[in-house]
Structures are given as C-alpha cells and as structure tokens.
Design a protein around this ligand. Structure first.
Ligand SMILES: Cc1cc2nc3c(=O)[nH]c(=O)nc-3n(C[C@H](O)[C@H](O)[C@H](O)COP(=O)(O)OP(=O)(O)OC[C@H]3O[C@@H](n4cnc5c(N)ncnc54)[C@H](O)[C@@H]3O)c2cc1C
Length: 374
C-alpha cells in the first residue's frame, strides 16, 4: 500500500491552498485527488472558441480586505482590477443591486424618492447597510411602504426561485448578505481588493499547484481509493456527510442548472450580471466578456436555474442553512473532531456558504493549527 505524508481530497480552492502551503512551508509531500476532470473546483474557468473566458459554475469575482490573502494569491496570478456591478430588472427598469439610493431614484417619482431618501438617512444614517428583514420592522409608514416594495420586488421572487423558501424561512444571514444600502455606491462589493485573475482562475490554480512535492490526480474519487492508500494527515474538502456514509442523514443543498449559451451579438446586457427577481425561471444572467474586458463579435452568457441538489444528478452548491440542518452538521463535525490528523475544511467540509476569501481564510487557519502541532 502506498503511503503519503498528506492526502488532500479536493482540488478546489481550499484543497489547492492547503497543498500549496504544506509543500512550500512545511516541505512535505502532498497527493491531491479530485473526482472531477479539472482543477479549481467551483472556481474552474476556460477560454471558449470565441476567445471568452467562461466560469463553468457561475460568475466568480475575487474580493478581500486581507492583504495577506491578496499577497498570497498574487504570487500565482496577475490581476485584472474589477469592481463588480449588478443590475436587477424591477418593473421592467434596470436598477442597481443591492438596492441603494440610486435604485430608489430609478423606481420612484422625484418627490417621493426625496421623502424616502431623507427618512432612510435620518433613521439609519448614511452609508449604512440594513438587512431587508430589519427594514420591514420599521414603524414609520413611509419606510414601511418602501420596505414592502423592496421586499416584494427585489427579494421575495428571487429568494423563492433561488431557495424555494421565503426570506423568513431562511437563516437571516442569507438575505442579510445582500442588504439595502443607504449609499450611492453602485458596486456589489466594498472590499479593498477586488479583481479577476488575468489569465483565469484555472491558470492561477495550475501555478499554485506547480511544485515538485505536489502530485495531482484528477478523476480520482477518494472514497474509491481509500482502501488502497495510506496517509499520515488527511485534509478533506469534500462533503462531510458523504465521508461519514450519511450516518446522521443528508445535508440539504440547493443546486444550479447553469445553461451556457453564445449569442451572435457584440453585447447582450448593460452589466456583467443582471438579476431577474420577477421574470423568468432563471435568477440571473452573467455576460462573461465583461470580466476580463475580452473582445469578440459574439457574447457568451450563463443562465442560472436553481433546483434541489440530488446525489448523482447535480452538484452541491448552496447549503440550506437552518437550525435543523445545522444540528445534523454539528453531529458530523463532532465525529470529525475525534479523528486524529484529519481536517474537514472548505465549503463542503464546513457546510457553509464560503466566498473565496473565507475559503482561503479557513485553509490558512487550518494550516496554522497543523503547523503549530508539529
Ligand atoms: C455560482 C457561484 C458563484 C460564486 N461566486 C463567487 C464570487 O463571485 N466570489 C467569491 O469569492 N466566491 C464565489 N463563490 C464561492 C466559491 O466558489 C467558493 O468559495 C470556493 O469555490 C470554495 O472552494 P472549496 O475548495 O471549498 O470547494 P469546491 O470548489 O467545491 O472544491 C471541492 C472539490 O472537492 C472535490 N471532491 C469532493 N469530494 C471528493 C471525493 N470524495 N474525492 C475526490 N474529490 C472530491 C470536488 O470535485 C471539488 O472539486 C461562488 C460559488 C458559486 C457556487
């Protein structure tokens, strides 16, 4: 039986960062396995025949406030500075998302917009982010009217499509992650560093894993090879419930059916991502040429149709966070804690919606624990 110092399961962001640090900083050998036929997990991208870089699993914009994380990735890619903007079609009008003071002026007549803007600023202050569920609790009649408008037109339809639940049925962090923003800042994110890898995410992963101590095996499911290999340390970035044979039950996820289509036109929409809370069955359309300012006489789009996750049918995308599911996860996590030299990390190991920044922070934290144990 072949023995490895480290086996890292999953070649997504969590696995790639861990493998990189184990090899570079601890000088240890690492076998990385992934059951997919490509690197980069959910961040995977490729350049299509029209010269447009497409994000296979949906649009990815990197952002962080951490200089450490920014500098770490910057060793493996040059960046295309990119401040993301999202529009939403509400009553047939394109408005900035998250809903902000500019959105307000687009949907309401000037006098009403003035009243609502003044009341928002007086009640909550300027440059404040207010979760929609909090805005709905306000006692002022005008702000109640505004809150109902935003709730019904921007949140309700989108949330029902995305989750098949109303905002109230979900953990408050879900709707809280896209708050109402009392500001004129139309950007989707406010982090200090925001960018897309100039040569794509997949190239950045290739560079991160290009180390003589790192061996990568694709199309290799750890669950199928685990009886044939031995290891001193296991880093598992796959689904924690699958590792434990679902002994406490399944952990529910939403999935996405992403349809990628190329249209014979130079430009399709007015922003890289346009949300459709009210119309259609898809939630949003991404137009990929925006992300690296790529020139082509065609344009490639993705349409996202949310659906339930089913083993064998589609991928686990968004964990459905509520008390019952968290309780199931906690039982798996307690078992995981008892396993020596085994670490469950990443979005599937932790059953969390982690953006890239949080995924890397999670890998860094785990790496530091390993390093300090030696
Ligand atoms: C639609 C969408 C849009 C997103 N947009 C953004 C964004 O704009 N900005 C941002 O910061 N973040 C974004 N994210 C989040 C980002 O994708 C994640 O933070 C990141 O990809 C998580 O990396 P990971 O390694 O934890 O998981 P993954 O990328 O899922 O990697 C896990 C890997 O493990 C492999 N695996 C699982 N089980 C096994 C097994 N038994 N054997 C072998 N291999 C296995 C899987 O095949 C997979 O490749 C987005 C996510 C989605 C879904």
């Amino acid at each position: 039986m072949k023995k490895y110092k480290n086996i890292v399961v999953g070649c997504g962001l969590a696995g790639a960062v861990m493998a990189n640090k184990l090899a570079n900083e601890l000088n240890e050998t690492v076998l990385v396995v992934d059951r997919k036929n490509h690197l980069a997990g959910t961040c995977y991208d490729y350049k299509n025949e029209y010269g447009i870089t497409v994000h296979k699993y949906g649009p990815h914009i990197f952002r962080t406030n951490s200089k450490e994380i920014w500098q770490f990735l910057s060793q493996y890619t040059q960046w295309y500075p990119f401040m993301h903007k999202v529009l939403g079609v509400v009553d047939g009008i394109e408005i900035p998302i998250p809903f902000n003071l500019n959105s307000l002026r687009k949907v309401f007549p000037t006098q009403l917009a003035n009243t609502l803007e003044n009341k928002l600023i007086q009640t909550f202050g300027f440059n404040k982010k207010i979760p929609i569920l909090e805005l709905r609790r306000t006692e002022d009649k005008d702000l109640q009217f505004l809150a109902e408008y935003i709730y019904n037109k921007v949140f309700l339809g989108y949330t029902l499509k995305q989750w098949d639940y109303t905002p109230e049925q979900l953990d408050p962090s879900v709707t809280g992650s896209v708050p109402v923003y009392i500001s004129r800042d139309d950007r989707y994110f406010q982090e200090k560093y925001q960018a897309i890898p100039r040569l794509g995410y997949t190239k950045m992963f290739e560079n991160m894993l290009n180390h003589p101590l790192i061996e990568v095996k694709l199309e290799t499911d750890f669950l199928n090879i685990k009886e044939t290999v031995a290891w001193e340390r296991l880093i598992y970035t796959g689904p924690i419930e699958e590792f434990f044979g679902y002994k406490y039950g399944k952990l529910p996820y939403r999935s996405l059916d992403i349809k990628i289509e190329t249209f014979d036109t130079d430009k399709f929409q007015n922003a890289p991502v346009v949300n459709y809370p009210e119309n259609y069955d898809f939630t949003r359309i991404a137009e990929y040429k925006y992300f690296l300012n790529e020139k082509s006489d065609k344009t490639t789009l993705s349409f996202e149709y949310p659906e339930n996750f089913e083993v064998g049918k589609n991928d686990r995308i968004y964990p459905i966070l509520n008390e019952a599911n968290q309780a199931i996860y906690n039982r798996y996590a307690a078992d995981a804690q008892k396993m020596p030299n085994t670490y469950f990390i990443g979005r599937l190991g932790a059953y969390r919606y982690y953006d890239m920044n949080r995924t890397i922070a999670n890998a860094f934290e785990t790496f530091n624990i390993i390093k300090n144990k030696r």
